[in-house]
Design a protein around this ligand. Structure first.
Ligand code: GLU
Length: 377
């Protein structure tokens, strides 16, 4: 693959999630922030934004910063100590990022996510809408796990998988994992000098999975196993993933210039993957009946407004899949609804501008957004 190919591939991505490992931000020996690296990286981010791309950053480093601040360097920490360190360190982490991006006139927005925020559909939907709004405002979301409140069982524990979930949630078309290794090898390169680098992974086969080996004892996060797990989530959501060594300054610029990396090809486009997921979300008896005008609008690819709804059947929560049926009872589409059943009944047949008065809060104008809908053939 040539350098020009790389440039085109990164260049084609509209929404990019960049995952930064602690080792890039924090100097191993001193525990200090690698300021020059961060300053240079902020330039890379600013250029992506100037080129019209949306960027979200998943950054590790809260625990590492907190350790230093609390004088806990070099000590094995109990869970609650790690959590305390994260609570202290996250402030430093966010501040460092804010300062670096503000130098380019970029606004940073902090999001701390728990596992449940990405795995539970309603919370997932909520976080997705917030991310979407931030992108619309031109802000750069800075994401980390909400380490302070998570318990061992409900933690991601590693930001590789968190970043993949964020990429999926954001409908990103590219996820870049920047760490201290330049990609996947057919064997562990630390143990085998003749290990061969893999530049492109068209599909996650068993053969690829065995290349990652077993997680090293006491080393639960950041290894190749979690990176492949991240790849599974990302490519399944239609998002390409790149693993690259980000330690040198300007890792994004370097990637574009053809720096060695491994690229995992997406299984489908983010839009298709999402619609496929919606189409597969059967098993619900919830039905929304619409009038002829709304049925026509839906067939022309429009969103469903409450005004066109003539009936709401079944019980559902916000974010659940519902069937949309026309006046003749035929199914027109299946989609994820923006209101729960009770609220949907109250706003059915009414104008969107009345929603706030009817429900006491201002929700979405549409009942089912066209991006969340798949037409029935
Ligand atoms: N959330 C952790 C932190 O910010 C890092 C987890 C990881 O590096 O994978 O310290």
């Amino acid at each position: 693959m040539t350098a020009a190919d790389n440039a085109i591939r990164i260049g084609a991505a509209r929404r990019i999630v960049l995952k930064i490992g602690s080792a890039l931000l924090i100097d191993d020996a001193s525990g200090a922030l690698r300021r020059d690296w961060l300053r240079a990286f902020a330039e890379d981010v600013a250029r992506l934004r100037t080129d019209g791309r949306e960027v979200a950053i998943v950054s590790s480093g809260a625990i590492a910063f907190g350790r230093r601040q609390l004088g806990l360097s070099g000590k094995a920490l109990a869970l609650e100590e790690k959590q305390a360190a994260a609570a202290v360190g996250q402030i430093h982490l966010a501040h460092a990022w804010q300062e670096a991006l503000a130098a380019h006139g970029l606004t940073l927005a902090q999001i701390l996510l728990s596992l449940a925020d990405t795995e539970e559909r309603r919370r997932h939907l909520n976080a997705r809408e917030t991310l979407g709004a931030l992108f619309e405002f031109g802000a750069v979301p800075l994401i980390n796990e909400n380490d302070t409140v998570a318990t061992e069982e409900i933690r991601f524990g590693d930001n590789d998988r968190l970043a993949a979930r964020v990429a999926q949630m954001a409908g990103a078309d590219l996820l870049v994992l920047l760490s201290d290794i330049d990609g996947l090898y057919d064997r562990d390169p630390r143990l085998h000098a003749d290990a061969a680098h893999i530049a492109e992974v068209p599909a996650l086969t068993d053969e690829i999975r065995t290349m990652a080996g077993k997680p090293r004892p006491g080393y639960s996060s950041g290894g190749m196993v979690t990176k492949l797990e991240a790849a599974r989530i990302a490519v399944g959501a239609g998002c390409a993933m790149i693993i690259s060594d980000g330690r040198a300054e300007h890792p994004i610029r370097r990637l574009e210039a053809g720096e060695r990396h491994t690229r995992f090809a997406p299984a489908a486009s983010p839009g298709t993957a999402r619609k496929r997921w919606i189409a597969g979300a059967l098993g619900s008896d919830a039905r929304i009946a619409v009038d002829a005008g709304a049925a026509n609008a839906l067939r022309r690819g429009k969103s469903l407004l409450p005004a066109g709804v003539t009936g709401v059947e079944g019980n559902f929560l916000r974010g659940d899949a519902v069937r949309i049926v026309g006046p003749d009872g035929a199914e027109i589409a299946i989609g994820l609804i923006a209101y729960d059943a009770e609220a949907a009944r109250r706003i059915a047949g009414r104008q969107s501008r009345e929603i706030e008065a009817l429900l006491g809060y201002k929700g979405r104008d549409v009942l089912v957004h066209r991006d969340d809908m798949v037409e029935r053939e």
